[in-house]
Design a protein around this ligand. Structure first.
Ligand code: FAD
Length: 409
């Protein structure tokens, strides 16, 4: 296993529990989460349920029932409630440290081994083994299969799919801040055209004894980071004008060093495996977090790969089974993220105008409203198809299709 992130810790735990001998190689001295908060959708929660970790994470995170986005002129761009799809349906926003901590506890108890300060730079296959080596060519491990869960900047994925990843024009800066309860139960966003986006997400606690936190994010082009940091006080005023309740939180920030910059890389492996190397999580499919699906998909990948390895004795058929199980869901969200991101993060004014005129009106049509919530909830497997969270997490038999299209649930 390469990488002790979301996908890596989850799949290592599942495989070790199934009796495999698992070694995780992590580049950092101490595996640690990078960044602030993220949304666990009903899919990710179903995956954590199968891992036996749902209660632990629910005790730390903040329940999210609604997503609310408005422009600086007060126009509603979206206002969607998960409960409009099914009573009780909700997401859970978590601090990254909380998710990492919960996954880490399960990993620590599963019998897998971790070696830190091991940056894997390449692999080579010899007969029926695969060797993982570092940048000097020294062998770090030898195994039956190698799983690359090294994230959006994977250096190994090119061995599987040489398509060079590009970068989205916009990234963001993120900070974890104390949450005075400004927007309980909701992900809140404010926009100016598609150039500016302020986001606020209550994420609960990083650890049991911690105080409630929120993730604060601001869209930014990677090349503009230094200029943004240099005019930090001006930015504070701009952000406070966009959403006045946040002013005291901004006033308490020490400076730009409170924020972590993030860039987004779109990449989708056509086939996420080659030989004895298989890609998982962001290494297989990275995108912008606009639809908030990445960690959820990483968890679903982990379950699908563990299930496939349990069902198939040969690694080729297991990898093919894993890829087939995940294909429709991954493809939908990679495409949907690529289409939707420029409406929220780009220089295209025309897209912002269309967004402001159209998005919120779409939900007047009940079917479209349900489809929009399904998309956010991570349930879509095609333009007209969706699945229950438990089915996507591989833990339930698909119910019979109620709709006209055969095979849809
Ligand atoms: C700003 C931002 C906001 C996001 N918001 C959301 C959200 O709301 N909801 C959501 O579901 N997702 C969100 N995501 C996406 C989510 O964080 C990722 O999809 C998820 O972390 C992917 O998990 P992973 O295990 O594939 O990779 P990662 O979690 O990135 O883990 C990769 C691991 O591999 C290690 N590694 C890297 N290279 C090597 C190497 N060469 N050798 C050994 N180890 C290596 C790294 O140190 C790391 O530990 C967001 C992402 C960003 C950047």
């Amino acid at each position: 296993m390469v990488g002790a992130g979301v996908a890596g810790l989850a799949v290592a735990t599942l495989l070790a529990r199934a009796g495999h001998r698992v070694v995780v190689l992590e580049r950092f001295d101490r595996p640690a989460p990078v960044g602030s908060g993220l949304m666990l959708q009903p899919t990710g929660l179903a995956a954590l349920q199968r891992l036996g970790l749902r209660e632990e994470i629910a005790a730390l995170g903040a329940r999210i029932d609604r997503l609310h986005g408005t422009t600086d002129r007060g126009a509603t761009v979206f206002d969607l409630a998960y409960g409009d799809l099914a009573p009780g349906l909700h997401a859970l926003a978590v601090h990254r440290a909380a998710l990492h901590g919960v996954l880490w506890q399960a990993f620590a108890a599963c019998g897998a081994r971790i070696e830190t300060a091991r940056a894997v730079a390449g692999v080579a296959e010899h007969a029926d083994r695969i060797l993982l080596h570092d940048a000097t060519g020294a062998t770090l491990a030898e195994a039956d299969i190698a799983i690359d869960a090294s994230g959006a900047r994977s250096g190994l994925r090119a061995l599987v799919d040489p398509t060079p990843p590009r970068a989205f024009a916009y990234g963001a800066v993120w900070a974890s801040v104390p949450d005075p309860g400004l927007a309980p139960g909701m992900l809140l966003q404010r926009y100016v055209d598609a150039r500016i986006m302020l986001g606020w997400l209550p994420v609960g606690r990083a650890e049991a004894a911690g105080k409630p936190l929120a993730a604060l994010f601001w869209s930014i082009k990677p090349g503009d980071h230094a200029a943004w940091a240099a005019r930090f006080d001006g930015w504070r005023a701009e952000a406070a004008a966009l959403w006045p309740p946040i002013a005291p939180v901004l006033a308490a920030l020490p400076g730009p060093q409170a924020f972590t910059p993030a860039t987004y890389i779109p990449f989708t492996a056509k086939r996420p495996w080659r030989g004895r190397l298989v890609l998982l999580g962001d290494a297989a499919h990275a995108t912008s977090p606009q639809l908030g699906q990445g960690a959820n998909s990483a968890l679903l990948d982990a379950l699908a790969l563990a299930d496939a390895l349990a069902a198939e004795p040969a690694h080729e058929t297991a990898f093919a089974r894993y890829a087939a199980a995940r294909r429709a869901h991954v493809r939908f969200y990679q495409r949907a993220s690529a289409v939707i991101t420029p409406f929220f993060q780009s220089d295209a004014r025309s897209l912002a105008v269309v967004r402001d005129l159209v998005f919120d009106r779409l939900k007047i049509v009940p079917w479209l409203r349900r489809e929009m919530i399904r998309t956010l909830a991570g349930l879509k497997t095609g333009l007209l198809a969706h699945r229950d969270p438990a089915v996507l997490a591989g833990g339930a038999i698909p119910p019979p299709s109620p709709g006209p299209a055969p095979g849809r649930s």
